[in-house]
Design a protein around this ligand. Structure first.
Ligand code: ATP
Ligand code: PRP
Length: 212
């Protein structure tokens, strides 16, 4: 049995068509069901539904053989023991530093004062600012990051941007890009060796679907 870990929302929505092209279709619609394990049309392949940030954990421990995770999640929560053979080109966005309109980010960075940074991506933010030699106080948040500069909790945020609508609606602007993000297929390294006969055809079919 091969298990594929996916998260509800955009990853599931954008991965299902690719899986369909690889002849993997859930027998019950995972979008509308409260179930967490789904049999598929492909014998010996099932889907499991986990939180986006938990996908690497399931695959690292071999509780799932394959998974789909954003580059942001892999960068922040680790990718040890994972094989990353395929960029799926879905869930595209950018990881940026954003601030209130009018906040002089360049000056704040130049002056060397401690910058207060609110984010869900502590590790990534720490590495980014350390590489620039900027001293930061990091504040961990779990969502609605945009609120932090508006309420005085932080000077800037490190968050994902796609259309830019959320920043705009909150009078924030991106002041620096940290990374271009997309979702990748991840595979448990041991499973890739031990279950190669089952995984390779799936990987080949997904590679073909992505190239279309
Ligand atoms: P969790 O449920 O664990 O808190 P989440 O709410 O961040 O995770 P999603 O919003 O579905 O889960 O995001 C899943 C992935 O999709 C992210 O890791 C990122 O790679 C990508 N993503 C997030 N926001 C956007 C966006 N606005 N546009 C495109 N892709 C995005
Ligand atoms: C993500 C991200 C931004 C928003 C950016 O949030 O954290 O808030 O998308 O997208 P935009 O530039 O197209 O407006 P999401 O919609 O996933 O909500 P959540 O992670 O807070 O649940």
């Amino acid at each position: 049995m091969i298990s594929i870990a996916l998260s509800k929302g955009r990853i599931l929505d954008e991965t299902l068509p690719l899986l369909k092209a690889a002849d993997v279709v859930a027998t019950t619609n995972p979008d509308t069901s409260r179930k967490l394990i789904f049999a598929t049309s492909r014998a010996g392949v099932r889907m499991i539904i986990v939180r986006a940030t938990d996908v690497p954990t399931y695959v690292q421990y071999g509780a799932a053989d394959l998974g789909v995770a954003g580059g942001d999640v892999l960068g922040e929560f680790g990718s040890e023991g994972l094989y990353q053979p395929l960029d799926l080109g879905i869930a595209r966005c950018r990881l940026v530093v954003a601030a209130r309109k009018g906040f002089d980010y360049e000056r704040a960075v130049r002056q060397g004062a401690r910058l207060r940074v609110a984010t869900k991506y502590l590790q990534t933010a720490r590495e980014h600012f350390a590489a620039k030699g900027v001293h930061v106080d990091l504040i961990k948040l779990y969502g609605s990051m945009e609120l932090a500069p508006l309420t005085g909790l932080a000077d800037v945020i490190v968050d994902l941007v796609s259309t830019g609508n959320t920043l705009k609606a909150n009078q924030l602007v991106a002041v620096e890009e940290i990374a271009q993000i997309s979702a990748r297929l991840i595979i448990n390294q041991a499973a890739y060796k031990l279950k190669r006969a089952a995984i390779q055809p799936l990987l080949d079919a997904l590679t073909k679907a992505v190239a279309k």
